[in-house]
Every structure is written in structure tokens, then in C-alpha cells.
Design a protein around this ligand. Structure first.
Ligand code: GCU
Length: 596
């Protein structure tokens, strides 16, 4: 360290409360997100050094800049040493890693070395993080790389210039602090897990590569044309080749300034829940390839109907959280397949992945198994609708979600909000989000879980003019015990668009039994489900429902003798095995109901 460095005031960091602002720059956004379809990255999953950092000392004292030295070589004392820290496995949530870390909300540091072997054919290196809740800041070899906001969407950073052949030190600071300006804000009804809880990879790519590639059935067509969009990493011109061997089809398209848009003639067998047909599609540009399994289908609305491939469909759904008592927000493939197996037993063709983007393999597995999905961003309850930076955060999370999943046939609806009070600021904010969703993807529906007009007691939300589908969260029988309110609401309402009952339900403690009017008994939950399905089955503008929800889940705002830190509206207990009586009530309805 230079003598001048030595003279620097060693106590300056104690007086600088703007310490974090240098590390909120160079944001990773949807525009820097790379398509992963079929790409094999170099996995960085596994053991990382780890330490909680309750007072943000790492940013204040620039831990990332400390040369990794063994203690006997230190010439000044340190407050942190990645070599002696604890370790954690990525992906995981630190909140489920150790009991004493369960409620930790703040910054934490992940550190590991990565060996870099330059490759002349694939000289460019990108870090891809599946998700980090809520903010992430990346440092490589002591240099700040960039930051990301949003706890459930992937992000990428190019590392090419900073990586050196041989050993490199990668550090990611993750901060799960809740805040009124965040999306979601600080008041939520699920557990605030923290960590690098999805896969982390390094992608080694050619000098110019395919950054994004989408192929979808052209909407409102006779199902004989596909819309193609390809974006290269750089604004160069050339030719891209697309092939679908099973259709014996190949196309060459011109790329100009790094972009290609084309309509391709093809008549694929259409994807549907009953016949989830997917095709292997290869997008090629020079030496780079992206291989995707894509199902082709069309979804649109007509009056108060939702049409899938031109036919009216009734959405027999259920809501699910990403929540597990053992691994928190980590969604293993086994957990996802169990979720779909339970939904299949229930008779579902539809799931609402609430209230944030779930793991990207959920939509891939739904494509394979034949489930339709509502995916959403966590614009949840009292978001800071007056804040431009909050809108930018929400808009970016929406774009990241759409660009991540727009090749997934299962996804039919982008949800842009949940139970937000109807104010002018909320109206403008959500209108902007609806515009962003349609800019990104005109082939899917836009929806939101709306509240009802209490004065007139009818389904009415001025946001509906910007939605394709109106979601209604109603809890008659539970939060509003008098079911006559539901009859009144349904009779008073004349919506001109399809309505989905996007939430309804009741808490029940598994194996707690009693009268069917005794709160929290399984019998009470079952009765409420029976009355709900009887009330909505014959309402012609309701084209589906996603009751709240499949499994009990962790929620610290529920501390009754029945809840004990859980929301117990699940049809199955948090062990994801014990089914409650209401499961059979809904299953009976779904397995027997046919929309007239
Ligand atoms: C709301 C909210 C859910 C919440 C549910 C409940 O509808 O959207 O996130 O868990 O109510 O009260 O259980």
C-alpha cells in the first residue's frame, strides 16, 4: 500500500453515510439480460465464503478492495476476512441456513474464487444470477462491477474486461432489507427470505452472440405464421438461421444493426394443456446457438371469454407461493413437480404463480406437463406509487420477467398488481406497467388482482380499461363472513371483460376439526369452498378461479394459536403432504365442472 494510502484517514469511513451510493450504479436491467435457452453455463453453484454484514461495514470499509492475505501478512487490522468467514451453499436462503439467521434482514457477503481459462472462440464472459433477494452488488478482483434491484428476476453482468487468466475473486453483496420504496414494499404476507437463492453461472460466449431470441405463434392468425425476433449482442448485420427439424423447416433471416424481425410460414400442431406439444427450435448466428423447446399456441379474449387456440377455456386454477419450511424460497425441480402433481390431482389446468416471478424452470415444466400460468411482479398492496424510481424498478422487473419467459407457451397472463388501493397515483403507475407489458409482448393477456367498488358493491376498477382480464380477490365466508355479499356483488356487476376470481379461501389448521362454522377448522374451510364454488360456477363473466392457495406458507404477520407464523389458507399443510377437507371439495368441483 502506498505511503499516501497510509496517510489516508483510517476513520473517514465512520463519518460517511453516503457510503452505498457509489455501488448503486451500472445497474443490470432487462436490456442486459441474456437468453439462457439451452445454453450451458459454467456453474458457480456450491460452497461460497459468507458473512452477514448487519452494519454494512463491507461497503463502508470497502472489504471488496482488501487484498486476500493470510493474517500474518496483514499490516493493518481488518474487520473481515473472506478466508475465515463462514460458508454457505449457493443456491440457498441464509434465512433458512441457520436458525439464528432466520430473521436477518440486511446486507451479506458471498465470496469465492473463479478460475478463468480464456478461449479464443468464446472470449466473452458473463455472470448470470438467477435471482438475489432484494438488491445485489457485484465486485470482481476488488473492482465494483454493477448492481441489481428486484428479488425474483435474473440479471447478467459482462466480466470480460475485469477477468484475468487464472484465479479471480468474485464477491456479491446481497441485501434483503425491506423498504417502502421497494417492489414489493416493506409490508408483505410472505416470508422475507434473503440470499442468492437460484443458480449462478458464468457464460462463455463468442465475440458476437445471440442475446435474445423469441418465436411465437402470430396472434389473431389462422395459426399458420410464427413471429420471430432475434437480438444480437452487438449492432452488426448478417444472417441468422432458424430450424424446426420436426416441421422439416429452416429459415434464413437478415439481421440489420443487430436485430431481426420476421414472420415465418409454419403450421405447427398447437400446444394446449390437453396436448402440450413442443418443438425443438434452434436459433443460430455464426458459431452461436440457442436451442429452445417451444410450444405454439394463441391466447386472447373475446367479450368475457378467454380463448385458447380459438376455443373458450375455463381456468381451473390455484395460487402458489415459492415457500418451503426447509429451504425457504428455493424452488427445486422436485418441489415444482410435486406442486404440479398436487394441482393435477386437484383437477387444475392453471396456476397463479403469486406474488413475484417464480423460478424459470416452473414455466419450462408447465410447458412440458400442460399447465397454463399467470405470472406476476410483486406490485403488492401499498407500493410507493408516487415514486418514479419505484416505477422504474417495477417496470424493469416486469421486462426481466417477460424477456425471461416469453418463449414459454404455458404463460398466458402477465399480472401487474395485487390488491392495490384505487388512487390516481396507482392508476397512472399501473397504466404504465400495462403499457410496458404490451410493448414487450403483444401475444399474452395483461391482468391484475383488483379490489371491488365498495360504494356500489360491484366489480369495478378504472384500471380495468387497461387490462384484458380482471382479477378479483374476494374472501366472502372468511374476512367477510356474510355470503350474501358475494351474491350481491355478482348480481350487481356487468364487467365487459373476463373475470377471474384471483383469490378466495379461508384459513384452516390441518387436523383441527369441529363445527363447519367454527373458524380455523377444516370443516369451516371446506364449507366456505363449497359455498364459493356454488356461487361462482354459473356466473357467465367469470372464466376461472385461482383460490388462495395450494400450501400453507410462512408468514410472520400471523401469530394466532392457529397460525403460529403461518398463513394457513393452504389446501395442503406446510409439510406439502397432508391434504385438508377443502382439497376434496375443490377437486370434486374441478373434476366435474364443465362451462356451458
Ligand atoms: C390477500 C393477499 C395474499 C394474502 C391473502 C390472505 O388476498 O393477496 O397475499 O396472503 O390475502 O389474507 O391470506
Amino acid at each position: 500500500m502506498s505511503a499516501r494510502e497510509e496517510l489516508k484517514d483510517p476513520f473517514a469511513h465512520l463519518h460517511d453515510e453516503a457510503y452505498a451510493s457509489p455501488y448503486d450504479g451500472n445497474p443490470a436491467t432487462a436490456d442486459t439480460l441474456l437468453a439462457m435457452g439451452g445454453r450451458e453455463g459454467v456453474s458457480l453453484n456450491g460452497t461460497w465464503n459468507f458473512t452477514l454484514d448487519l452494519f454494512d461495514e463491507g461497503l463502508r470499509q470497502k472489504w471488496f478492495a482488501d487484498e486476500p492475505l493470510s493474517p500474518e501478512l496483514w499490516r493493518k487490522p481488518r474487520d473481515y476476512d473472506a478466508g475465515a468467514g463462514q460458508t454457505i451453499t449457493v443456491p440457498s436462503c441464509w434465512t433458512t441456513w441457520k436458525p439464528e439467521w432466520k430473521y436477518f434482514e440486511g446486507g451479506a457477503w458471498y465470496t469465492r474464487t473463479i478460475e478463468w481459462l480464456p478461449s479464443p472462440e468464446r472470449p466473452r464472459a458473463f455472470l448470470r444470477v438467477g435471482a438475489a433477494n432484494y438488491r445485489a452488488r457485484v465486485f470482481l478482483n476488488g473492482e465494483f462491477v454493477g448492481s441489481h434491484r428486484g428479488g425474483s428476476t435474473p440479471f447478467c453482468f459482462e466480466l470480460t474486461e475485469q477477468l484475468r487468466p487464472g484465479e479471480n475473486r468474485l464477491q456479491i453483496q446481497v441485501d434483503n432489507s425491506r423498504h417502502p420504496s421497494h417492489v414489493p414494499m416493506n409490508h408483505i404476507d410472505w416470508f422475507n427470505d434473503g440470499g442468492l437463492y437460484r443458480d449462478v453461472d458464468i457464460l462463455q460466449l463468442p465475440p458476437v452472440f445471440i442475446a435474445d431470441a423469441t418465436l411465437q405463434l402470430k396472434p389473431i392468425s389462422d395459426f399458420s405464421a410464427l413471429d420471430l425476433e432475434i437480438t444480437l449482442s452487438d449492432k452488426v448485420s448478417g444472417t441468422a438461421n432458424i430450424s424446426i427439424p420436426e416441421l422439416d423447416a429452416t429459415w434464413s433471416v437478415d439481421i440489420v444493426d443487430g436485430k431481426a424481425r420476421a414472420t415465418l410460414a409454419a403450421s405447427p400442431v398447437l400446444w394446449s394443456p390437453d396436448y402440450p406439444k413442443r418443438y425443438e427450435v434452434t436459433f443460430a448466428y455464426e458459431g452461436d446457438r440457442i436451442v429452445e423447446q417451444i410450444g405454439f399456441r394463441e391466447v386472447r379474449i373475446e367479450g368475457t371469454r378467454i380463448l385458447l387456440n380459438g376455443k373458450s377455456i375455463y381456468l381451473k386454477g390455484i395460487c402458489v407461493h415459492e415457500d418451503d419450511v426447509v429451504v425457504g424460497k428455493v424452488s427445486t425441480e422436485e418441489d415444482v413437480r410435486r406442486r404440479f402433481a398436487d394441482a393435477r390431482d386437484l383437477g387444475c389446468n392453471f396456476l397463479r404463480l403469486s406474488h413475484y416471478p417464480h423460478h424459470e424452470h416452473v414455466a419450462r415444466i408447465a410447458d412440458e406437463l400442460g399447465f397454463l400460468l399467470w405470472e406476476e411482479i410483486p406490485v403488492y398492496w401499498a407500493i410507493d406509487f408516487d415514486s418514479d424510481s419505484t416505477l422504474a424498478d417495477a417496470g424493469n422487473q416486469l421486462r426481466e420477467l417477460i424477456r425471461r419467459d416469453r418463449n414459454r407457451a404455458s404463460v398466458i397472463l402477465w399480472g401487474i398488481g395485487n390488491e392495490n388501493a384505487d388512487t390516481d397515483a396507482r392508476y397512472q403507475f399501473m397504466k404504465s406497467l400495462a403499457t410496458i407489458a404490451r410493448e414487450e409482448d403483444s401475444s399474452r393477456l395483461v391482468g391484475a388482482a383488483c379490489l371491488i367498488n365498495r360504494e356500489e358493491f360491484r366489480i369495478e376498477d378504472r384500471l380495468a380499461e387497461h387490462l384484458d382480464v380482471i382479477g378479483i380477490n374476494e374472501y366472502f365466508g372468511w374476512y367477510e363472513p356474510d355470503f350474501s355479499g358475494l351474491q350481491t356483488l355478482l348480481a350487481n356487476s356487468t364487467p365487459e371483460k373476463p373475470v377471474i376470481i384471483s383469490e378466495t379461501g379461508a384459513d384452516a389448521k390441518s387436523d383441527f376439526h369441529g363445527r363447519n362454522d367454527e373458524l380455523y377448522t377444516e370443516e369451516c374451510q371446506a364449507r366456505i369452498y363449497a359455498q364459493q364454488v356454488a356461487s361462482i360456477a354459473s356466473v357467465n363473466y367469470i372464466c376461472g378461479l385461482t383460490p388462495w392457495l395450494l400450501y400453507d406458507f410462512r408468514s410472520e404477520r400471523r401469530q394466532t394459536v392457529f397460525n403460529q407464523g403461518f398463513n394457513r389458507k393452504g389446501l395442503i399443510a406446510e409439510n406439502k403432504k397432508t391434504r385438508k377437507q377443502a382439497f376434496d371439495v375443490l377437486a370434486k368441483f374441478y373434476h366435474s365442472y364443465e362451462r356451458k
